[in-house]
Design a protein around this ligand. Structure first.
Ligand SMILES: *Cc1c(COP(=O)(O)O)cnc(C)c1O
Length: 223
């Protein structure tokens, strides 16, 4: 299968999962995760009309997206990887949505940069639903208060919550927890589900799914 075939298959599976969950057609956005793939690999998906993409490294996105944005107007780029506060200027300039706000220092740095650049990006708060020590994200019990602070103290436009469930667990309970926390925070959006579990995430209310390898193919391990 070509990348285009795989992209179409994922789009069809999303539509089917929406329908099975009794959700309206088009209620789940696809964030095509293009990390590690170069412009040539991404173009067929852009040619097919896809405009929302995810990248996990600021530096990598800065290298390949300016040219693609010029060729394909209307791209919406999401940062889905961890952000260091010393990269916030580049992140605010390069991305349209930041999905990985998970601590006070990042919230403050992003807020200051958005003011400076006059760019108010939508953000998601990342929740470490599995409370894994090595993983980014705010602990679930602190999530609601942190969302409130991101809005009231830092003035961020928080639109939703994002999670990456532990690799070796059934993701359903993690998706359910994220949905519950979003509801408690009054947030409409849920970024959850990757290549292996996006259909499950849609059943649990995902409003966007981040799918990489199912579209572009397996990635070499990242160093
Ligand atoms: C890489 C990545 C994805 C996509 O993963 P696949 O399994 O390739 O679909 C989704 N979300 C985040 C945060 C990622 O880093």
């Amino acid at each position: 299968m070509t990348v285009l075939d795989q992209y179409r298959a994922v789009a069809a599976a999303i539509a089917e999962a929406e329908s099975e969950a009794g959700r309206p057609a088009g209620s789940v956005a696809l964030v095509a995760v293009s990390k590690t793939y170069d412009g040539e690999a991404i173009r067929p998906v852009l040619d097919a009309g896809q405009r929302v993409f995810g990248e996990n490294r600021v530096q990598e996105a800065m290298g390949k997206w300016p040219a693609l944005r010029e060729a394909y107007p209307g791209v919406e780029l999401h940062l889905i990887g961890p952000l260091q506060s010393n990269k916030s200027a580049e992140a605010v300039a390069t991305f349209d949505v930041i999905e990985t706000v998970d601590r006070e220092k990042i919230a403050a740095a992003l807020s200051a940069e958005m003011m400076k650049q006059g760019r108010r990006l939508a953000v998601y708060v990342q929740v470490n639903t599995g409370e894994e020590p090595q993983k980014a994200g705010i602990p679930p019990r602190e999530a609601v208060a942190f969302v409130t602070r991101c809005r009231s103290v830092h003035g961020l436009d928080v639109v939703g919550l994002m999670c990456i469930p532990p690799a070796d667990e059934n993701p359903g309970p993690h998706f359910a927890l994220l949905a519950k926390l979003a509801k408690e925070s009054g947030l409409p959006k849920l970024s959850m589900g990757m290549s292996g579990d996006y259909e499950t995430a849609i059943a649990f209310g995902a409003t966007s799914v981040r799918v990489g390898s199912a579209i572009f193919g397996a990635r070499p391990p990242q160093g």
